[in-house]
Design a protein around this ligand. Structure first.
Ligand code: ZN
Length: 494
C-alpha cells in the first residue's frame, strides 16, 4: 500500500489527503533503443489485470532477479544497472515482453547472446535469439540506467531522500526502476548488489550476502530467498546506520536510519520486537528471515510495507501532533502487511482490500488493546461513511479503475477502513474464535504465495462451517453497505 490512512490526534476520521499523482510518465524511446529496434511492430502486453491491463506479461514465470546498481553519490543522476532475470517459459514465445519504462537500455542478452529489443508503451520487447518453447529456461541480462528523476508529479519508483535514495514501487512503479514482470502475481527470489562511494551504506530486502571493498567503493549484496513481488522491493542508499536487535525466538531485527537521527529514533525502533510478538500471537509466526524499519528523510506522505524492511518517513516519528498510540498503530499497520500483502500477495489488484483491510484491522486492534481506542467506535464511524466510500471508490473487492494518470488512486478509504469494516462484520457474524482461527489459517495456508478474494471466502466458509458466499457478496460487492450483524442500529450515509 502506498498511502497510509493518516489520522491525527482527533482520531481516525481525519484522514490525511492522498497526494495527487499527476500524469504518469510515458516511456521515452531513447536513441539507443531506436538504433536497436526491429522493423516489425512490438506491442505492449499485460496479464489482464482489471485495474492495470498492461502490468505483467504473459508467457513466462520469473524465478529470480539479480539486480546490480552503481550509485555515484548524486541522487539526481541515473544509476548504472544490470538486471539479470531467470524465468521459465509457460508457453512458446516469439518475443519476451518485460515491463520497463524509465531509463536507457544499453543492451539485452538472452542466454549469453545479444538480442534485439525495442520499446513499446511501457514494455521492453525482446526478440529471443533462438525460438522459445514451453518450459524453456530464459536467462535475460539487461544493461540499463535507472533514473531517479521523474516527470513532475510522478509517484513511486526511486524516492530521493536527503542523503540518497529509497524505493517505493507500489502499485505499479517497479518497472520505472528495473526491467521486470511487474505484477504481484509473479513473485520471485531477489538478489541486490549495490555499489556506493565511501561514506554510504546500502541495504535491501533480505539478509546481507557480503560486502566487497574495491578502492573507494563498496558493493553491498543482499539476498531474499522468500518469493517477493516487484512492488515490494526495497533498496536504501544513504549515510545510514544499521541497528540490530532481537525479536521473538531470535528473529533478527534490523533497522536502517539516517546516522544523525539514531538517538532521537531509538525509542521508536525499540518497539518493534514487542510489536512482532503481538502480531505473532494474533496470526502466527512472522513469515520472513528478518524484519526492520527503514526511516527515510523524505517527504513521501506515506509508509510502505516493503518486504522485510518497511519504509517510513522520518516526520511520522518527529512531528509533535502525532500521538504515540497513533504512531505505534501505523508501525503495526506496515508490520501486519508482512503477513497480509507480502507473504500472502494478491492475485490481482482488485484483491487489494485483502492487504489494506487486514493491515488496517491490526492497526485498529493494536490501538484498542494498547491505547484503549475501541475498535467498535472506529468501525461505527467507518460504517457511517461506508456508503459514500463505496460510491466514490466502488465496493471493496471490485474497486473502480484508477483515474487516467493517477494509478495510485486505487488506494481509497474503501480499501482501508471500508475493508477493515468487512472484517469486523465477519467477526460479528462468525464469532471471535472462528474469526481468529481463520486469520491464522489464511496466513499459514497461503504463505509465500498469492491468493484472491474467492480463496478468502472459501476458507472463511470452511472455518465457519457454513457457506458465507451470500454474506460476502453483500459486504464485498454491494453498492450499499449491508446491515452490521449485532448492530442493527448502525446507519450509513452522510
Ligand atoms: Zn497499508
Amino acid at each position: 500500500m502506498l498511502l497510509t490512512p493518516r489520522t491525527t490526534a482527533s482520531g481516525p476520521k481525519a484522514l490525511r489527503p492522498p497526494r495527487v499523482a499527476a500524469a504518469l510518465i510515458t516511456a521515452t524511446v531513447s536513441a539507443a533503443l531506436l538504433a536497436a529496434s526491429a522493423p516489425s511492430p512490438a506491442t505492449p502486453l499485460g496479464i489482464g489485470d482489471r485495474l492495470f491491463p498492461h502490468l505483467g506479461n504473459p508467457g513466462y514465470d520469473v524465478q529470480s532477479y539479480d539486480i546490480a546498481f552503481t550509485y555515484r553519490g548524486d541522487n539526481r543522476k541515473p544509476l548504472d544497472a544490470v538486471t539479470k532475470i531467470e524465468a521459465k517459459a509457460t508457453e512458446a514465445l516469439d518475443r519476451v515482453n518485460l515491463d520497463f519504462a524509465h531509463g536507457k537500455v544499453r543492451s539485452v542478452d538472452m542466454d549469453g547472446r545479444r538480442a534485439r529489443f525495442e520499446s513499446s508503451g511501457e514494455d521492453l520487447v525482446v526478440t529471443p535469439t533462438a525460438p522459445v518453447r514451453r518450459d524453456d529456461r530464459l536467462r535475460i541480462t539487461v544493461r540499463h540506467t535507472s533514473d531517479p528523476v521523474y516527470a513532475k508529479g510522478t509517484q513511486g519508483g526511486w524516492v530521493r531522500t536527503d542523503d540518497g535514495l529509497a524505493m517505493a514501487n507500489q502499485a505499479d512503479a517497479a518497472h520505472l526502476v528495473f526491467p521486470c514482470n511487474d505484477h504481484p502475481a509473479d513473485k520471485a527470489a531477489f538478489t541486490f548488489r549495490v555499489t556506493t562511494p565511501k561514506g554510504y551504506t546500502a541495504v535491501a530486502n533480505g539478509l546481507p550476502a557480503g560486502a566487497t571493498r574495491r578502492g573507494a567503493t563498496t558493493t553491498w549484496a543482499y539476498r531474499h530467498h522468500h518469493p517477493m513481488a516487484t512492488e515490494l522491493a526495497q533498496v536504501s542508499i544513504g549515510r545510514s546506520t544499521v541497528l540490530h536487535r532481537e525479536g521473538p525466538h531470535g528473529l533478527p531485527v534490523r533497522d536502517v536510519v539516517p546516522t544523525a537521527d539514531r538517538k532521537v529514533l531509538e525509542p521508536w525502533l525499540n518497539k518493534t520486537p514487542a510489536q512482532l510478538g503481538w502480531m505473532e500471537k494474533k496470526v502466527g509466526r512472522y513469515p520472513f528471515e528478518v524484519y526492520g524499519v527503514l526511516i527515510a528523510q523524505a517527504k513521501t506522505g506515506y509508509e510502505l510495507e516493503t518486504q522485510t524492511l518497511s519504509l517510513f518517513e522520518r516526520e511520522l516519528f518527529t512531528r509533535p501532533e502525532f500521538p504515540e498510540w497513533y504512531v505505534d498503530s501505523i508501525m503495526v499497520h506496515e508490520l501486519a502487511h508482512q503477513w497480509f500483502g507480502d507473504s500472502v500477495s494478491p492475485k490481482s489488484w482488485s484483491d487489494l482490500w485483502l492487504n489494506e483491510g487486514h493491515a488496517t484491522w491490526y492497526e485498529a486492534l493494536y490501538a484498542e488493546e494498547k491505547a484503549h481506542k475501541p475498535v467498535a467506535d472506529r468501525m461505527r464511524q467507518a460504517y457511517r461513511q461506508s456508503d459514500s466510500w463505496r460510491a466514490a471508490g466502488g465496493p471493496p473487492a471490485r474497486p473502480k479503475a484508477p483515474a487516467p494518470g493517477k494509478k495510485i488512486s486505487i488506494f481509497r478509504p474503501v480499501v482501508y477502513d471500508g475493508s477493515a469494516l468487512v472484517l469486523y462484520a465477519l467477526r460479528q457474524e462468525i464469532g471471535r474464535p472462528a474469526f481468529e482461527h481463520l486469520e491464522r489459517n489464511w496466513a499459514r495456508v497461503h504463505h509465500d504465495g498469492n491468493a484472491e478474494t474467492a480463496d478468502f471466502v472459501r476458507l472463511a466458509s470452511r472455518v465457519a462451517g457454513r457457506d458465507l458466499t451470500a454474506f460476502f457478496d453483500g459486504w464485498l460487492y454491494g453498492k450499499k453497505t449491508p446491515p452490521m450483524p449485532g448492530h442493527p442500529e448502525w446507519k450509513s450515509g452522510k
